[in-house]
Design a protein around this ligand. Structure first.
Ligand SMILES: [Zn+2]
Length: 416
């Protein structure tokens, strides 16, 4: 009986204390709604979306109380070229208007194209011997690779370009979902990718109105802040804040990619401001990730801290879901870290699955691994499928595992 009572008391005490610990936990604050709102214009290069986002993050860094370590406050500037589509775009097929972003996308390197065109389908079986017998300058080529085995679209496109030697616009029908991106380069013509199921009848004519604005040496930035720890070494927590911006009047909100990562990062900064870490933590919101991991590349080439003094870089990108668990990239290179994560996950019952992956150049951890800095990249799995499209919105982003992710990361940082 006494033993039973003691057990009850100790159970009560344990529960009480774990509850107290939980209540001292900073509740996850949702920054995703803000960062993916229209004001930020998809955090790209139309209407200064990237600048607005960097400013917002800097202000939050300041409010939270992070130290700045660059000569320009929290910012580390760098330059890039970028192709943009700042004005309204239009596409009509057989006199029917299509919806930009959902029915079609402009290949990011496309150039200005305006006019009404006769459509000529290229037969992919004999396109190598294809010659134009028409003298029509107002041609638009239709290339349908939805049933072609080798779908290396760029290769086919380049070959066709060589044969034709003309800057005809191209309507491209692939088989994959439409996913947009952003380009540092321009092509010699305009390419429009159509949703495979959008074409129900023969395309006779097309009206195109696309204007590109190629910006050279555009100044953009990383946003960097620091919390001093007790030890000399640094842990970096990173999340890119840029996204694809706008294609004409279509905004790509990038709620999951990667407002979710920035939101987690800001929450982690608040947490470690309150519960001081053992190692210094440097928080970096990288810019121009979507342009080819440019911000992280610039940082590793112009480091403001010694790369040898980085204990671990933990990169968060696409972390707004989680019902199917998390994935860790660079898992086999960082076995010890992965073991710690596994134990934390088991102890606190956070995620249903941890998928381990090898190296992949798919986010900002990449340049750090290339320079032998211990680095992992975590993303969440499950939930919504929206990716690099206008449907990656905060209203449909579950964010139901955000607290679990924060718990995982804070425990990991404390156990390193
Ligand atoms: Zn991303």
């Amino acid at each position: 009986m006494t033993k039973f009572l003691l057990l009850l008391v100790s159970l009560y005490v344990t529960t009480f204390f774990s509850q107290t610990t939980n209540s001292s936990w900073i509740r996850y604050e949702n920054y995703v709604d803000t960062l993916s709102s229209n004001y930020f214009k998809g955090r790209g290069y139309v209407d200064n979306g990237h600048l607005k986002a960097a400013k917002f993050i800097s202000n939050e860094f300041q409010r939270i109380g992070l130290d700045s370590i660059t000569s320009s406050g929290y910012l580390q500037h760098f330059k890039t070229n970028v192709n943009t589509f700042p004005t309204d775009i239009k596409l009509k097929i057989n006199d029917q208007s299509l919806i930009a972003g959902l029915d079609y996308l402009i290949e990011p390197g496309s150039v200005t194209c305006q006019g009404i065109f006769e459509v000529l389908e290229i037969n992919l079986r004999n396109w190598k011997s294809f010659t134009l017998n028409k003298k029509n300058e107002h041609l638009c080529l239709l290339i349908d690779v939805s049933n072609v085995e080798n779908k290396d679209s760029l290769l086919i496109y380049n070959e066709i370009k060589k044969v034709l030697n003309k800057k005809y616009p191209i309507l491209w029908i692939g088989s994959e979902n439409l996913q947009w991106s952003v380009s540092q380069y321009t092509l010699s013509n305009a390419i429009i990718k159509l949703r495979p199921d959008i074409i129900k009848e023969e395309i006779k004519n097309v009206e195109i109105d696309i204007k590109n604005n190629f910006i050279t040496s555009l100044e953009t930035q990383n946003v960097i802040g620091k919390i001093m720890g007790r030890k000399k070494k640094n842990i970096i927590i990173s999340a890119h804040y840029d996204h694809l911006g706008m294609m004409g009047n279509v905004i790509f909100p990038g709620a999951n990619d990667n407002a979710s990562g920035v939101s987690s990062l800001l929450n982690l900064a608040s947490y470690f401001m309150k519960y001081k870490p053992k190692y210094n933590i440097i928080f970096i919101c990288f810019g121009a990730e979507e342009l080819g991991l440019l911000g992280s590349k610039y940082f590793t080439e112009n480091p403001i801290i010694e790369l040898e003094n980085i204990k671990l870089l933990l990169n968060l990108d696409i972390v707004g879901t989680g019902e199917d668990g998390i994935a860790i990239v660079n898992a086999f290179e960082q076995e010890k870290v992965v073991q710690i994560i596994g134990k934390i996950n088991e102890k606190h019952d956070l995620f249903s699955k941890i998928k381990l992956r090898g190296q992949a150049p798919n986010s900002d951890h990449y340049w750090f691994s290339k320079k032998n800095v211990p680095a992992i990249f975590i993303y969440t799995m499950g939930g919504i499928k929206a990716y690099h499209d206008p449907l990656d919105k905060s209203v449909t982003l579950p964010q139901n595992k955000s607290n679990e992710l924060l718990k995982l990361v804070t425990q990991l940082v404390n156990k390193l």
